[in-house]
Each structure stands twice: as C-alpha cells, then as structure tokens.
Design a protein around this ligand. Structure first.
Ligand SMILES: Cc1cc2nc3c(=O)[nH]c(=O)nc-3n(C[C@H](O)[C@H](O)[C@H](O)COP(=O)(O)OP(=O)(O)OC[C@H]3O[C@@H](n4cnc5c(N)ncnc54)[C@H](O)[C@@H]3O)c2cc1C
Length: 468
C-alpha cells in the first residue's frame, strides 16, 4: 500500500460515499470514511426515506375519505404527529445502524468527524488528526439553498427541520416549486394543514413536461393547497405564536411555519478545495469528468456535490462506477440517458425520458400520445382527480423517448417503463404488449391517436372501459 495511511479516504457517508467505500473495500482496499452528521446521508436520514414515510402517512387522509363510497364507516379517525415523528425516527435509526453494520462488515472504518482536504493526498479531521490517502473521494452531498437574505430568514425552516417539528403546523407556507417543495406541500396538506405555496414564477416543476406542470397545479388546488404565484417572500416576522410573512407585493400571510425549499447547493464550502486546486463549475459544484475525477488526479467526487443528476440511485451508481474503475480494474461510467424519477405529491408524478419540449429542442420530430381519464377508484369515492399519461415518440424510428404520468402508482409505472426505454422500445412495442386489466397502466399500451401538442384531449375515458 505504498506510503499512504489508506488507499481510499471518503468524505461523506451518504448514498455515493457509502457505496464507493464498500465496493472499494471489497476489492481489498484499505478504506476510511468520515461523516460529520449521521451515516446514511441525506437520503436515509433527512431525504427520500423519511419523506416517503411522511407521504404514506399523509395518504391515509384520502383513503379514509374515499372509503365511505365503498361502504366503510371510518368516523372518528384522528392523526397524531408526535407518533409519526417518533416512529419515523425509530426506523431511521434502524436504517442508520444497518448502514454502519454494512460498512464495518466490509472492512471500512467509520470516522465520526468532519474531514477537510489539505493536499492532493492529505485530509485533516475536526480533531486535528492528519491522514494520507492514495485516493480521496468527495461525497459531501448538498444542503438547502436559503436564497437571498431577507429579514427574518432564520425564522424559516428547511426540509432538514421539517422532519423534526415538535408540533404539527396547522398552517404552513412553503416557498418553492421544485419536487421537494411540492412533496412537502402535498404531505402537509394530506396530514391536515392549511398549505400555501409561494413561488416566484407562474409554473411549477421546472424541467418537467409542460403538460405535467400545468396539470399538477390543478390537482394540488383540488386538494385545497393555495398558491401565491409570481410572488416572493420579503420578510418573516414572529407573530403571536406563529409567523407573519411579508410578500413582495406588500401583503401579509400568516402561518405556524414557513418552509424554504427553493433548491439545494453543493457542499463545497470550507472543504479546502481551493487550497489543492479542485475546480468548481459555474454552478459551484465540483467539476468532474465521466470517471468522476476532479481537476486533481488523486481526488474524485460523486453525488450531489457534483450536481449532475441529484438523485440517490445516481449517486450510488457514480460511487460504484468509481470504485470498480479505480480499485477493481473494471472501468465503466454512468449512463445518464434513462433516469426515471418521481414526485411524491398527491397524486404522484412518474417520469422517464424526455419532455416533449426537450425532444423538439433536440431537433427531433415527435408524435405525442396522451390520455386523461378518471381513475376507477374515483367512480365510487367521488374524488375529483384525473390520471394523465403522455408518450413522446420519435417520428424517425418510432422509439418512445418520454413517458410522463400523473396518478396513483405513477412512480412504480415509471420504474418499469424505464426498462422499456432502456431497451429502446418503440411505440409499436408498447402497442403489441398485452394490457393488464383493470389497471391504469394498461392505458399506456392502448394509446391510440396522435395529438399535436396543443390538441385538446378527447372526451375522457376511464380505466373501467378498456379498448374492447
Ligand atoms: C427532502 C429530500 C427528499 C429527497 N427525495 C429523494 C427521492 O425521493 N429520491 C431520490 O432519488 N433522491 C431524493 N433526494 C435526493 C437524495 O437525497 C440525494 O440525491 C442523495 O442523498 C445524494 O447522495 P450523496 O452521496 O451525494 O450525498 P448525501 O446523501 O447528502 O451525503 C453526504 C454526506 O456527507 C456528509 N458531509 C458533508 N460534508 C462533510 C465533511 N466535510 N466531512 C464529513 N462528512 C461530511 C453529510 O453529513 C452527509 O451525510 C431527496 C433529498 C431531499 C433533501
């Protein structure tokens, strides 16, 4: 192992760092991993996992309401926020333990301290200990972006604190229109809060297909969520037992909590990057090549700190590819072409592949297939909600370039659709796939009739009546 203390020193035990450390150790490398907070990182501790648990909790509200139409009497149900938080904390602690155990079983030494870089092969721990490493991997993730400063900004919470609120906010203002903002808006509304979304633009979910963006706002309004669009927060002030929020047009809104969710920024500050010459890109993320190597040959970076595609499975793949390449002699790099993604709002969004506008911007001629129908469950529950599905198909070779879904189960459908897109499935492949009835997903393989993108949809169908 030449003259270094370790072969690999990983900074950050989140999705990317943990995978890289475990795989590298599996190849016989001597590995240490530093974590300043909790092992598991954002996804496990204060991201995907606790969020999905909260989403599950919030969805019982609709289930209870819908149950009446199916003959159930569920009067007198109530919700207890402290119970949810405590049970969630227990599960997160269990998962953290599992992550620790996996690392230790793989032979990785966990150092519960902040680490910074001192040289191309040197790191310094918070307690002053210095260590040398043949290779350093930066996997420090990202943190909430607090945006421009304004009076009382410190009175707002971020997603980090939203997981630990002592009392349930009966009224909450959420600033932002990305997936994290909308997921929290949706889950708080489901749990019974009065929710207002404040967004500086007039559309939600930048980067998503325009049809999805337009429809989601209608669905959220249907669920009682209020919107203040083209608005920003100018100040937050303590007011009685809650907060007063001053909007840029001078109006005041009142709430128990104000959640700031306008994006995330890579964790690069104070890491010592400038001292060793690790370059950042224009967005302030660590610049890396396809092998996740930074401008310093012995230093690599994976995950959100590189701001490529900020999702857990992507960070994990980047970490895995790095370890296989550098320690396993099996070089490969991550393919970013087909990445399924979901927004766990109510109803949820599932997406894989290109939005229509992006496909067209690439110079492709595309055919659009859409359907919009009332889900079968809504026929008895009486809930006002729609399922929406859209396929973007390349005219040149009939390949399905994008699948865009809103409705129950959309995340699960998008994951499976990703297999089809990975196999370069054509619209003809979708068409000759046997439908599974009765399901919502069957509409994806029975879509007929192209739409110019501005065409209105035909009179809605429901999944009750398949194309017989
Ligand atoms: C609310 C929320 C919901 C999300 N939901 C989803 C979802 O549904 N699906 C999905 O795919 N993704 C989701 N994400 C994104 C996902 O969590 C991230 O993409 C993923 O965690 C990135 O992994 P990472 O390894 O790059 O960084 P992280 O998981 O953030 O890990 C970085 C770790 O480094 C530690 N660290 C930082 N600096 C240092 C230092 N100097 N020394 C030691 N340790 C340090 C941090 O404490 C952290 O534990 C969500 C994120 C949030 C915030």
């Amino acid at each position: 192992m030449d003259h270094f203390d370790v072969d690999l020193f990983v900074i950050g035990a989140g999705s990317g760092g943990v995978r890289a450390a475990r795989i590298a150790a599996g190849y016989g490398a001597k590995v240490k991993i530093a974590e300043e907070y909790r092992v598991g990182g954002t996804c496990v501790i204060r991201g995907c996992v606790p969020k999905k648990l909260f989403v599950y909790a919030s969805r019982f509200a609709h289930e209870f309401e819908d149950a009446a139409g199916f003959g159930w009497n569920v009067e007198g149900v109530s919700f207890d926020w402290p119970t949810l938080v405590a049970n969630k904390d227990k599960e997160i602690a269990r998962l953290e333990g599992a992550y620790r155990a996996n690392l230790e079983r793989s032979g990785v030494e966990i150092i519960a301290q902040r680490a910074v870089i001192e040289g191309p092969h040197a790191v310094r721990l918070a307690d002053g200990t210095r260590l040398t490493a043949r290779t350093i991997l930066i996997a420090t993730g990202a943190r909430p972006n607090l945006g421009l400063d304004f009076p009382g900004r410190e009175l707002g919470i971020t997603s980090n604190e939203a997981f630990h609120l002592e009392s349930f906010p009966q009224r909450i203002i959420v600033q932002g229109a990305g997936y994290i903002a909308l997921e929290f808006a949706s889950l708080f509304a489901g749990l019974g809060a009065q929710v207002t979304v404040v967004h500086r633009g007039d559309k939600l979910l930048r980067g998503f297909d325009e049809d999805i963006r337009a429809r989601m706002i209608d669905e959220m309004k249907q669920n009682g969520i209020g919107f203040e669009l083209n608005a920003t927060i100018d100040g937050i002030f303590a007011f009685e037992s809650g907060k007063r929020v001053r909007l840029n047009d001078g109006r005041d809104l009142f709430a128990d909590e104000v959640m700031l969710a306008i994006g995330r920024v890579p964790n690069t500050i104070g890491l010592g990057l400038d001292t060793v010459g690790v370059e950042l890109n224009e967005a302030g993320a660590i610049a890396v090549d396809a092998a996740s190597r930074t401008s310093v040959p012995s230093i690599y970076a994976v995950g959100d700190v590189t701001d490529r595609v900020n999702l857990t499975p992507v960070a994990i793949r980047e970490g895995h590819a790095f370890a296989d390449t550098v320690f396993g002699g099996k070089p490969w790099s991550v393919n970013y072409d087909v990445i399924p993604t979901a927004v766990f709002t109510e109803p949820e969004i599932g997406v894989v592949g290109l939005p229509e506008a992006e496909a067209r911007a690439q110079g492709r001629r595309v055919d659009i297939y859409k359907t919009d129908f009332r889900p079968m469950k809504a026929t008895l529950s009486g809930r006002v909600t729609r399922v929406f599905m859209k396929l973007v198909v390349d005219q040149a070779d009939d390949r399905v370039l994008g699948v865009h879904l809103i409705g129950e189960g959309s995340a699960e459908i998008a994951q499976i659709a990703a297999i089809a897109l990975n196999l370069s499935a054509t619209k003809a492949d979708f068409d000759r796939t046997m439908a599974l009835h009765p399901s919502a997903a069957e509409e994806l393989v029975t879509l007929r009739g192209k739409h110019a993108s501005s065409d209105p949809l035909p009179e809605a169908s429901t999944e009750v009546t398949p194309a017989l």
